[in-house]
Design a protein around this ligand. Sequence first.
Ligand SMILES: Nc1ncnc2c1ncn2[C@@H]1O[C@H](COP(=O)(O)OP(=O)(O)OP(=O)(O)O)[C@@H](O)[C@H]1O
Ligand SMILES: [Mg+2]
Length: 254
Amino acid sequence: MPMRLWKKKLPDRQDKPFKERNKITGKALDNKTIDVIIWMINNGKIASLDYSVSSGKEAVVFRATTPKREFVAVKVFKYETTAFRHMNRYIEGDPRFENIDRRPRSMVKEWASKEFANLNLASQAGVAVPKPILLRENTIIMEFLGWDGVPFALLQDVVLSDPKKTFRKIVSFMKKLYKAGLVHADLSPYNIIISLDKDSLETPCIIDWAQGVMLAHPRSQEFLQADCQHVADYFAKLGVKGATAEEIIRKIKA
Ligand SMILES: Nc1ncnc2c1ncn2[C@@H]1O[C@H](COP(=O)(O)OP(=O)(O)OP(=O)(O)O)[C@@H](O)[C@H]1O
Ligand SMILES: [Mg+2]
């Protein structure tokens, strides 16, 4: 009797290259980036890339596992992005990025290094952020904010137990940032993760720092005003008193 062979498609399309099999992450995992991931594995920084937590215009965030079986987040900035004009707005005028190579591939690396530098600055200033671990080319390894391997939710998607307290905490972080000379420049409920400790205590952690600028940047006050407005709008809707952009700015600069 003839054997029945491969009537079905190959499972998981293993006949196709990884890029084609995985449309979501394919754009991020070009050959150069795969080299970076392989370097990370060969150098014991991670043992595996587990799955993509999120995929956006500029970056894909993965959960990865380290050789010690701990979770980390790996953020890959896509070389195939169309956001160069957007990047330029935040890089131009930042004294830390004066004489950089503006070719597309280099810009993406600068963008990743800007996120890494800002994460370090914010963390040193006492702001709750995912702890930055390693920068290599267009890729960052940072602390994974989650429980049991599942990422915590964004402020946008949670019902806070004490909105007033979270508001105060966020304003206190904004003040620390300002004192450290940094403005996030894309602060909103989409870039704040609500992390929970084992007693379910909520802490807002600020993520997504690539566009953050120093106060020396000519548009820093405009970006700061927008950050305050986004935070104020969100908490005003929850009925928190004092949630206006003017009040937040006053507190930050006090
Ligand atoms: N350290 C982390 N731990 C757990 N989840 C994370 C972490 N960093 C980011 N995430 C998740 O990945 C998502 C995207 O991260 P981030 O905001 O940094 O990227 P992004 O620049 O906004 O990407 P894009 O704007 O291109 O969508 C977040 O909304 C969050 O859900
Ligand atoms: Mg974001």
